[in-house]
Design a protein around this ligand. Structure first.
Ligand code: FAD
Length: 398
C-alpha cells in the first residue's frame, strides 16, 4: 500500500477514468474524486441521444453503480465544488470541508456551455444541454412543446433538433454560420446533414443570427427574434452555441491558461505535480494541420488523456508523450457520423461511397491524409484511425 495521494477535480469522462485506470494499472495509493454535481458520475453522449429520445433513463447513463467506488477504494465526493487550489500547501479547497491534500492533482473540470448574450436568454424555458439536469428539463419541455427552436447548428443543437423532429415537433434551427457543424466537418458533410434535416422537416436557417428570445410571465419561451426583426414562435428554446473551458481554478492558482489549461506533452501543467485533461486542457498535437495546440471536446480525448495520466502518475515513464489519434462521433436521424483526425485545413477531398448509402470523405493536406468523415461506415472509420496513427508512428521514427 502506497501513501501517495491523487486528487481529481471533476468526475466526468476524464476524472472518472483517471480513477478507473489508476486502479487497473495497480496504483495502491489514495484516490479522491470530487465533483460539484450531487450524482453518481455519468456519461454525457446519451443525454442528447437515447435519453432525450426517451429510450434511456439517467441511471442507465452512470459509468458504474455506487458499490464500484467502495470496491475499488476510490473516494468519490459528490456535491463538492472545489473553490481553490493551494499549490504552496499542495491541497484543494472545498467550501465546508477540511482542505484535501494531494501529491498529484488532476484537473478534469470540463467545459461549460457558452452563454448567449441576447435579451431573454436567461428565461427558464431557454436551456443549454450540458448536464443531466438540463437533459431532464429539456426532455419534459420538448415533450410538452409543439414548436422547438434550436439556436446553434453544432453537434448538440442538431442532435436535439433530430430528436425533436423524430418526436413529431415543428423544429427550426438557427445557425449564424453559412453551414452546419462548420467548426468540425468538411463542407460536403455539412451539406449532407443539412439536406437530411430538411428532408425530415427541420427548418434549417443558415446565416441567421438570433437577437432576442421572447417569453411569457411564467418564464416559458414564446419565440425567437432574428437579426432581421422576424419573429419565430417557439414553446421551448435549446441553446447549443459551443462551450468554453472551465480553467478558472487553474488560472487563479497561477497555472498557465489560454482558453484552456495549458499542458505539455505529458499533460502536466506549468506545475509538474498538476495535470489537466479533457475539455479543459489545451495541448500540442501533430494531428492539427492548422494549429500548434488544441482543446478538444470529445469522449475519446478525455478518456485517452485519463489513461495516459494514470500511467504517468503510476509508472513515471520518461519516454512517453501523449499523441492519441483524435476521433469524434454524432448520431442524427439514423445516420452515424464518425470523424477520425482533425479535418480543418484540408485542401483536397475524396468521397468514397458504396451502393448501400454508406460513404466516407477522406480529407488531405497535400499528400497527407489528415482526417476521414464516415457516415454509417465504421469500417472506413477504424481503417482511417489506424492509417492516421501509423502515419504518425512513421513520422516519429524517420
Ligand atoms: P466533463 O465530462 O464535462 O466533466 C467535468 C466535470 O467536472 C463535471 O462533472 C463538473 O461537474 C465537474 N466540475 C467542474 N468544475 C468543478 C469544480 N470546481 N469542482 C468540482 N467539480 C467540478 N463527445 C463525443 O465524443 N461524442 C458524443 O456523442 C458526445 N455527445 C455529447 C453530448 C452532450 C449532451 C454533451 C454535453 C457532451 C457530449 N460530448 C460528446 C462531449 C463529451 O461528453 C465531453 O468532451 C467529455 O464529457 C469531456 O470530459 P471531461 O471529463 O473533460 O468533462
Amino acid at each position: 500500500m502506497s501513501d501517495q495521494r491523487v486528487v481529481v477535480i471533476g468526475a466526468g469522462h476524464g476524472g472518472f477514468h483517471v480513477g478507473l485506470f489508476l486502479r487497473m494499472h495497480g496504483f495502491e495509493g489514495r484516490v479522491t474524486i470530487l465533483d460539484g454535481q450531487d450524482r453518481l458520475p455519468y456519461q454525457r453522449p446519451p443525454l442528447s441521444k437515447e435519453f432525450l429520445q426517451g429510450k434511456q433513463e439517467l441511471t442507465e447513463t452512470e459509468f458504474r453503480s455506487a458499490s464500484f467506488y467502495d470496491d475499488h477504494d476510490l473516494t468519490l465526493i459528490k456535491g463538492a465544488s472545489v473553490s481553490g487550489i493551494d499549490r504552496a500547501e499542495r491541497q484543494v479547497v472545498v467550501a465546508g470541508r477540511e482542505p484535501i491534500p494531494y501529491d498529484n492533482l488532476v484537473i478534469a473540470t470540463g467545459s461549460r456551455p457558452r452563454s448567449l448574450p441576447v435579451p431573454g436568454a436567461d428565461l427558464p424555458g431557454v436551456l443549454p444541454l450540458a448536464v443531466a439536469d438540463h437533459a431532464s428539463s429539456l426532455r419534459d419541455r420538448i415533450n410538452a412543446a409543439h414548436r422547438v427552436a434550436v439556436i446553434g447548428g453544432g453537434f448538440i443543437g442538431l442532435e436535439s433538433a433530430a430528436m425533436a423532429a423524430e418526436a413529431g415537433k415543428q423544429v427550426t434551427v438557427f445557425e449564424a454560420a453559412g453551414r452546419l457543424m462548420e467548426r468540425v466537418v468538411s463542407e460536403p458533410m455539412s451539406r449532407f446533414y443539412e439536406d437530411l434535416h430538411r428532408a425530415r422537416g427541420v427548418d434549417v436557417r443558415l446565416r441567421s443570427v438570433v437577437a432576442a428570445i421572447q417569453g411569457d410571465e411564467h418564464g416559458g419561451a414564446t419565440g425567437v427574434v432574428t437579426g432581421d426583426g422576424a419573429r419565430h414562435p417557439a414553446d421551448v428554446v435549446v441553446v447549443g452555441v459551443g462551450a468554453v473551458a472551465r480553467d478558472e481554478l487553474a488560472a487563479e492558482a497561477g497555472l498557465e491558461t489560454n482558453n484552456g489549461v495549458v499542458v505539455g506533452p505529458t499533460l502536466q501543467t506549468s506545475d509538474p505535480l498538476v495535470y489537466a485533461i479533457g475539455d479543459c486542457a489545451r495541448f500540442g498535437t501533430r494531428f492539427s494541420a492548422t494549429a500548434a495546440s488544441v482543446r478538444l471536446e470529445s469522449v475519446q480525448n478525455a478518456t485517452d488523456q485519463a489513461k495516459f495520466v494514470a500511467v504517468h502518475i503510476h509508472d513515471r515513464p520518461t519516454d512517453r508523450t501523449f499523441d492519441a489519434v483524435p476521433w469524434f462521433w454524432t448520431e442524427q436521424l439514423g445516420h452515424k457520423l464518425q470523424i477520425a483526425g482533425l479535418t480543418d485545413g484540408s485542401d483536397r477531398m475524396d468521397r468514397v461511397a458504396t451502393d448501400d448509402g454508406k460513404f466516407s470523405i477522406y480529407c488531405y493536406r497535400g499528400d497527407r491524409l489528415i482526417g476521414c468523415e464516415s457516415v454509417n461506415s465504421p469500417r472506413d472509420h477504424v481503417r482511417a484511425r489506424k492509417e492516421l496513427g501509423a502515419a504518425l508512428d512513421t513520422a516519429l521514427t524517420t
